[in-house]
Design a protein around this ligand. Sequence first.
Ligand SMILES: Nc1ncnc2c1ncn2[C@@H]1O[C@H](COP(=O)(O)OP(=O)(O)O)[C@@H](O)[C@H]1O
Ligand SMILES: [Mg+2]
Length: 413
Amino acid sequence: MAADKIRVLIVDDIAETRENVRKLLQFESDIEVVGTARTGREGIQLSQEVNPDVVLMDINMPDIDGITATENIRSQSPHVQVVILSVQSDQNYMRRAMLAGARDFLTKPPLGDELISAIKRAGEMAHVEREKGAKQQMAMSAAAGMTGFGGYAPPVRGKIVLVYSPKGGTGCTTIAVNLAIALNNEDTRSVLVDGNLQFGDVAIFVNEQGKNTIVDIAPRVDDLDAEIADEILIKHEASGIRILAAPQRPEMAEKVSPDQFMKVLQFLQKIYSYVVVDTSPILTDVILSAFDISDVVVLVTTQEIPAIKNSRLILDLLNTMGVGKDRIIFAMNRYDKRIAITPERVGENLKHEITSAIPLDEKIAINAVNRGVPFMLDNKSQPIGRGIFSLAETVRARLIALENENESSAIKR
Ligand SMILES: Nc1ncnc2c1ncn2[C@@H]1O[C@H](COP(=O)(O)OP(=O)(O)O)[C@@H](O)[C@H]1O
Ligand SMILES: [Mg+2]
């Protein structure tokens, strides 16, 4: 039965190694290669998508090395078993690999028998661990039920939607807050995370200041569960979304490391369908790491030249960082049709189509912030609210398209 096959993901930067390993495994009826990745980062991402039992992991790779990738994969999916395949027979590496949670260590090139029996051992362990995990997940759903989510079933892996603007004041926070509300419904819950750790103002936008913040959750990232999340996240009663606020004061920002921030997002993905992240224009390490693991980025510009100029720079940078074009949704906020710089022109100029335009409405937008009542609650049928709805639809559609694409490419690669 296909379901009982051991699902293997190969992570190695050398194409020849990937092919050789695949060939060694191709006649094993109970082993299936479900994907191959070329870097540690790709391995981490693909591991979330293809849900392997066993990962065959190289050590030396561009971007993220195999040991760090092992650690990351194991912390997200403890049932996944990692077998390190490396030219380094060095004891030092072996020790580090084991500490990172690797289950076995083979030197390259592996002998066929040796590799197959290592995969089988690891595969068995993965099945046992997966069952344990399923039980825990049920307990989590029960906890989610307790927290007033009714029959809400947590997603397999929620999506991270990062909202970013390279220029202050363009409406990044306004969009993040209202988008999180637009994406939230009974079947798809959203949580809004303030990634502007120094001067975050998400809590003010929803009039929930002075409560718990990310500083309360960061030190506990390694043993988070639904109960802790429930205790620390702010419940925004009026909209039903949950909020993870930024630290109360700027100097507290450094209490949250990029790794902790990433782990918090990855944890929230297990409970919420959408993890919407507000950011600051300053590219802190925290924000850069969030870019890496985000499913889509909503890039916000306006009709002003400085904002457009910075958008060009960030599009270039995202390209260099390996954030594909299809992961970026380019949106124009404060859109005023009397101004000659149209979304079409900006899109053409920057070679990235603007797919959403949210109209300028100072009265509604500013009133909303000052009252602490997001306009998606009381003005959603106004043009500004409809603009956010249409952005939310674009986000949903893009996530589905990306998912379909990944499913079909995971095997091909
Ligand atoms: N579509 C819009 N029309 C008019 N004003 C807006 C719009 N979007 C945001 N604003 C206003 O612009 C200001 C800056 O918004 P904010 O979301 O804080 O920007 P950022 O997070 O990018 O710094 C706020 O006063 C907000 O009310
Ligand atoms: Mg802001």
